[in-house]
Design a binder for this molecule. Structure first.
Ligand code: NAD
Ligand code: UDP
Length: 337
């Protein structure tokens, strides 16, 4: 019998791509999303890609009664927990909203899981928990720290999940620390659709390419990197989605809590990404150099060996595929969903 996965935040950017990989891998999915940063349209499109219906419940992870009802009515085997707010700047302005949504939401979810006896969890963490790394590439054993409420919410959740496991070793938890997810499904039907002005590099570049923004502002040209601009580990969202399937398989055989880096292990600068995108869209894209963005580190890329060894997972898609797929999505859906 196929396993049923409750996917919180399953209508979002990473969630929809992961639902597709889960369905293609033979899992049944049930999405719980309050659509605070997404819409049911993304799920409709994921349905047309897979040819399967994707059942969803519109609701909040902070709604304990709703969660009890979901666990009572569906035989859930594992929860993949994407639901969360993710804008660093917004988290500085509205810390209580971020802690309430991300941290309290996870507590309410875990409480309901415990009541229902569902103790298998995959959590969306982030490379932001490494703060400013002392060396590169970054291993999972590096010290963790956070400098903004968003990052702190991820760290707090990792720590509360570790406490939960210490108190009850029946819990089985994979903490997936994503590096920089970009790209889109190769169909061009689904992709990243940020509300307002994009904070992140790739959606910003894509909007310059499609004519919605005049130019890219490059934050900092004086970092100690080969071309002076910030270096990151960009990972194709389809590879990231595949990492979640591998984490589910890992949970079947292993007990405990473990953190895994999901990155490619390769660093690319802002200007590298801009050039790769220019090739993908066949246009030259204007940019202006500006001051560093507060809180940014110079370089950040993963040591992905633990995931290779234990999850049997490696990123396979290169920067050309990331840009080509992001451009297909953006050019065919210039205003998003
Ligand atoms: P997203 O905003 O596209 O998806 C998150 C989804 O969760 C949205 O559909 C939103 O409506 C939903 N949601 C938010 N709060 C909710 C709540 N209280 N109850 C129910 N649904 C709720 O973001 P994403 O890029 O797909 O990110 C998914 C997860 O991965 C987040 O937890 C994010 O912090 C984490 N993450 C993302 C990145 C990135 O760069 N995209 C990097 C590292 C970690
Ligand atoms: N960046 C930039 N201009 C932008 C957005 C981002 O120069 O409009 C840079 C940013 O300084 C960093 C890199 O692009 O070096 C990736 O930033 P992003 O916000 O996408 O991800 P982060 O690594 O901060 O989570």
């Amino acid at each position: 019998m196929s396993k049923t996965i409750l996917v919180t935040g399953g209508a979002g950017f990473i969630g929809t791509h992961t639902c597709i990989k889960l369905i293609e891998s033979g899992f049944d999915v049930l999405v719980l999303d309050n659509f605070s940063n997404s819409s049911p349209e993304s799920l409709k499109r994921a349905e047309s890609i897979t040819g399967h219906s994707i059942p969803f419940i519109e609701g909040d992870i902070n709604d304990a009664a709703l969660l009890d009802e979901i666990f009572a009515q569906h035989a859930i085997d594992v929860v993949i927990h994407f639901a969360g707010l993710k804008s660093v700047g917004e988290s500085v302005q509205q810390p209580l909203r971020y802690y309430h949504n991300n941290v309290s939401g996870t507590l309410v979810l875990c409480d309901a899981m415990q009541r229902a006896g569902v103790k298998n969890l995959v959590f969306s963490s982030s490379a932001t928990v490494y703060g400013d790394p002392a060396s590169l590439p970054i291993g999972e054993d590096f010290p963790t720290s956070a400098i903004n409420p968003y990052g702190r919410s991820k760290l707090m959740i990792e720590e509360l999940l570790a406490d939960l496991y210490r108190a009850d070793p029946e819990w089985n938890i994979a903490l997936l620390r994503y590096f920089n997810p970009v790209g889109a499904h190769p169909s061009g039907l689904i992709g990243e659709d940020p509300a307002g002005i994009p904070n992140n590099l790739m959606p910003y570049i894509a909007q310059v390419a499609v004519g919605r923004r005049a130019h890219l502002t490059v934050f900092g040209g004086d970092y100690p990197t080969p071309d002076g601009t910030g270096v990151r580990d960009y990972i194709h969202v389809m590879d990231l989605a595949a990492g979640h399937v591998q984490a589910l398989l890992w949970l079947e055989h292993r007990r405990g809590i473990k953190a895994f880096n999901l990155g490619t292990g390769q660093g690319y600068s802002v200007l590298d990404m801009l050039k790769a995108f220019e090739q993908a869209c066949g246009k030259s894209l204007p940019y202006q150099l500006a001051e560093r963005r507060p809180g940014d580190v110079a370089s950040c890329y993963a040591d992905p060996q633990l995931a290779a060894k234990e999850l049997n997972w490696r990123a396979e898609l290169d920067v050309q595929a990331m840009c080509a797929d992001a451009w297909r999505w953006q050019s065919e859906n210039p205003d998003g969903y």
